[in-house]
Design a protein. Structure first.
Length: 234
C-alpha cells in the first residue's frame, strides 16, 4: 500500500512538472506555468549589404483560445537582428502587448553577404479577457488598430507560381511583404536559400508575388508567406 501511495505521489509530481515546465524548441516557454510551444520554419533574411537594409516579416500563430506569452529565436549567423511587433498598452503583458499571432522582424547587419536565416518560436498560454479602455477626447486619440495584417502561407515547389493575398471587401491596401522559410531541423544551406526567389507587386488592393523554386526543393519543404497590410480607416 505504501509503495502504491509513493508511486501515486511520483506520478502526480511528474504531471505537475510537465505542466509547469513544458519542453520547447528554445526558451519560449520559460516562466510560463502552462505553455503550448509553436516552432516556425527557418526564415530567410535578405543578406544584401546595401543601405537601408531590407527587413523580413514572418507571422506565427497560437492555437485558438491562446495568446503569445513568450518568444525566442535561433540564428544561423550572429549578425541577424530579430524583434517583434507589439501593441501599445499598459502593462506590457500577454493579451495587451501580444495577441494570438505575433510578427517577427529580421534584419541582416553583417558586412558580407551570407545565407542568413532565423527560426522563430512562440510559447502560447490560455487567453484571459482584457479590460476596457477609458474614452478619450476626440482631439487626443489613443492608438488603435487601423491596419489589419492578412497573411497567406503556401508551399514552394520546383518551378514558378504566383501567390496573391488580397484585402477584404471595403479595405484598401497600405503595404505588403513576403518571406521564404524552410521547415528543416538545421539552418538551410546557402545553395538551398538561393534556390528560392520572388518578385513582388502591389496592385488592386492585393499583394502579388511571383515565386520560383529550383529543382533542389524537390526533397525539402519550403514555404512563402505573403502579407497584405489593409485598412478601413477613412
Amino acid at each position: 500500500m505504501k509503495a502504491v501511495r509513493t508511486l501515486w505521489v511520483v506520478l502526480v509530481a511528474g504531471v505537475a512538472l510537465a505542466v509547469a515546465a513544458p519542453a520547447g524548441g528554445a526558451g519560449e516557454c520559460e516562466g510560463l506555468m502552462v505553455c503550448v510551444p509553436v516552432a516556425g520554419p527557418w526564415v530567410v533574411v535578405p543578406a544584401s549589404t546595401s543601405i537601408p537594409r531590407q527587413r523580413v516579416e514572418f507571422q506565427l500563430t497560437c492555437p485558438r483560445a491562446h495568446v503569445v506569452g513568450g518568444l525566442d529565436a535561433r540564428l544561423s549567423v550572429r549578425a541577424i537582428d530579430v524583434g517583434f511587433i507589439g501593441s501599445l498598452g499598459s502593462p506590457v503583458n500577454p493579451g495587451i502587448t501580444t495577441s494570438r499571432s505575433v510578427v517577427f522582424l529580421g534584419t541582416y547587419a553583417g558586412r558580407a553577404a551570407a545565407a542568413a536565416t532565423f527560426r522563430p518560436f512562440i510559447g502560447c498560454m490560455p487567453s484571459a479577457g482584457g479590460g476596457s479602455r477609458v474614452p478619450t477626447a476626440v482631439s487626443q486619440l489613443r492608438p488603435g488598430k487601423p491596419v489589419t495584417r492578412r497573411v497567406k502561407t503556401v508551399r514552394v515547389r520546383p518551378g514558378a507560381r504566383t501567390v496573391t493575398q488580397r484585402c477584404a471587401a471595403g479595405e484598401r491596401l497600405v503595404g505588403g511583404s513576403h518571406a521564404f522559410g524552410f521547415e528543416t531541423r538545421t539552418p538551410p544551406s546557402a545553395s538551398l536559400v538561393g534556390g528560392v526567389s520572388g518578385s513582388q507587386q502591389l496592385r488592386a488592393e492585393s499583394v502579388v508575388v511571383r515565386v520560383r523554386g529550383d529543382a533542389e526543393l524537390a526533397g525539402v519543404r519550403a514555404i512563402v508567406q505573403v502579407h497584405a497590410l489593409c485598412s478601413r480607416s477613412s
